[in-house]
Design a protein around this ligand. Structure first.
Ligand code: FAD
Ligand code: SF4
Ligand code: SF4
Length: 476
């Protein structure tokens, strides 16, 4: 059966075709084309079927990668899809946006000197192909249960839990303050990484599976958390993290200094056909501007690449560490550089300068000193290095903190961690409130889609146990 495997010696690694920078920066379409069937089969056949598959160990979902690669190489695409979907509620999304260089592919141990198997691209192909062939059907319930669960937040964490609980026959209601399903998949991550039709396809499937969505409904404002506790047998909080971190700099009150999420949400909304006044009036639109993005994470990368596509005159990314020490994925930095973004490493902003609108950023050089607790070197200011960078749109991408849910949900007994995230029991995933569970960024802090899916699946299983009377009460 393995005669069409282990072909890494004869077949070179080949990702799906990446569109040329000059073509792709003129639109918001995804930058990678699709694999053809023969390309997917060939690339899957490079796998050497390791006895201890490090790819699988380093996938947060522990996807059964060697098995679905083997099925793919043998042309058994339906079975391959089924194995891949058995551990992942959104394989086509993970295949597109997981930082594979740090997860599965970065740990592929194909022989030294040969490049990794293109795991994410094969995973994406399998699910897109399954959709195209009509193999993916809404959840079919064998026996409906009368118990009702409430999920707060329709991001990947909440949606994965919703699907798993629906499969078990529960009545599932999902509440979200946004007007669309998907959380950051729809309003954070730009189209050129994840086209919105892919998210909408998933959302439709969940609706057809009998999951009820209450959109434009903010818990703590439009409906009280206490009311939900009375109405439901169990609750999952998967509200993500949205409080933008900031640095107090002189001149912060000038116009055209905007938070990254406002900027990206506006761009995504425009792409979805919404009318966004602050885009039309230029406030959240980079067209014709000298843009400076402050920060070095994946959100900053999404901002610089969005600004390029909106027709900015120039786009700079200012980050206080160097390329090696930045938190964002190197793959994303490479994409941005190909698209003409200028990276100004080892530089920190000191002040925003201008009359009413921002006109420049005063910045200073830094050097890297000793390592901090995370192992990264801490930046130290270089004396007399202040200089100005021309700027008429500054985008702040300093990261995100959680909202104070204790306060907004009016739940004094909801236990938080020192970082303000929700404190949960390691095994049961339950918060300090009985029957209330939590998953995703609101537990981990800003993380990854694949981890939110993992958390949503784990929480769903524990909620099921709780509703079957198999978990202990944590409240007393
Ligand atoms: P979210 O996706 O944030 O969803 C939470 C939902 O809860 C939202 O829909 C929100 O409206 C809703 N909500 C919040 N409060 C309430 C309330 N009180 N009542 C009702 N609803 C509420 N990860 C990757 O793996 N790859 C990437 O390429 C990537 N790119 C990213 C780019 C950006 C710009 C950002 C910001 C993040 C990116 N991430 C990426 C991280 C990833 O998007 C998150 O880790 C993931 O979406 C977390 O899922 P979640 O379900 O916990 O929360
Ligand atoms: Fe790799 Fe992400 Fe797929 Fe896991 S879910 S196999 S980490 S792309
Ligand atoms: Fe195949 Fe690489 Fe995983 Fe080994 S580590 S099983 S070669 S994908």
């Amino acid at each position: 059966m393995t005669n069409n495997l282990l072909r890494f010696i004869e077949i070179d690694q080949s990702y799906p075709n990446k569109r040329e920078p000059n073509s792709r920066k003129n639109d918001f379409g995804e930058i990678y084309d699709d694999y053809s069937e023969s390309a997917a089969l060939n690339q899957a056949s490079r796998c050497s079927q390791c006895g201890v598959p490090f790819c699988q160990i380093h996938c947060p979902l522990q996807n059964n990668i060697p098995d679905w690669l083997m099925m793919t190489a043998q042309g058994r695409l339906k079975e391959a899809y089924e194995i891949s979907a058995s551990t992942n509620n959104m394989p086509e999304i993970c295949g597109r946006i997981c930082p594979q260089d740090r997860l599965c592919e970065g740990n592929c141990v194909i022989e030294n000197g040969f490049k990794s198997v293109t795991i994410g691209s094969v995973e994406r192909y399998l699910t897109d192909n399954a959709f195209d062939n009509g193999w993916i059907k809404p959840v079919k319930i064998l026996e409906e249960r009368s118990q009702k669960v409430c999920i707060i937040g329709a991001g990947p964490g909440g949606l994965s839990a919703a699907e798993e609980l629906r499969k078990l026959g529960y009545q599932v209601d999902v509440y979200d303050r946004y007007d669309r399903i998907g959380g950051l998949l729809i309003y954070g991550i730009p189209n050129f990484k994840l086209e919105k039709s892919i998210v909408e396809r998933r959302a439709s499937l969940l609706k057809e599976s009998g999951i009820n969505f209450y959109l434009n409904t903010e818990v703590g404002k439009d409906i009280s958390f206490e009311q939900l506790r009375q109405d439901y047998d169990s609750i999952l909080i998967s509200t993500g993290v949205y409080e933008a971190r900031d640095i107090a700099l002189p001149g912060v009150g000038l116009s055209n200094i905007v938070p990254a999420m406002s900027y990206l949400t506006a761009s995504n909304r425009v792409g979805l056909g919404d009318e966004v006044i602050n885009f039309s009036n230029g406030k959240l639109n980079a067209y014709g501007k000298d843009v400076v993005v402050l920060g070095g994470g994946d959100t900053a990368m999404d901002c610089v690449r969005t600004a390029t596509r909106q027709g900015a005159r120039s786009v700079k990314c200012v980050y206080r560490r160097d390329r090696v020490n930045m938190p964002g994925s190197l793959r994303e930095v490479n994409h941005a550089e190909e698209e003409g973004v200028e990276f100004i490493w080892l530089t920190t902003p000191e002040a925003y300068i201008g009359q009413k609108k921002i006109e420049a950023i005063r910045a200073a050089n830094v050097r890297l000193g000793s390592s901090d607790s995370s192992g990264r070197q801490s930046p130290e200011l270089v004396a007399n290095s202040s200089h100005e960078l021309k700027c008429d749109l500054a985008i702040k991408a300093f990261g995100f903190d959680p909202e104070d849910l204790k306060n907004s949900f009016d739940q004094p007994n909801l236990k938080l961690t020192g970082w303000g995230t929700l404190s949960i029991d390691f095994l049961s995933k339950m918060t300090s409130l009985n029957g209330v569970f939590a998953a995703g960024d609101i537990v981990r802090g800003a993380s990854l889609v694949v981890w939110a899916i993992r958390d949503g699946r784990d929480a769903a299983l524990q909620m099921h146990k709780y509703m079957q009377g198999l978990l202990l009460n944590r409240e007393n």
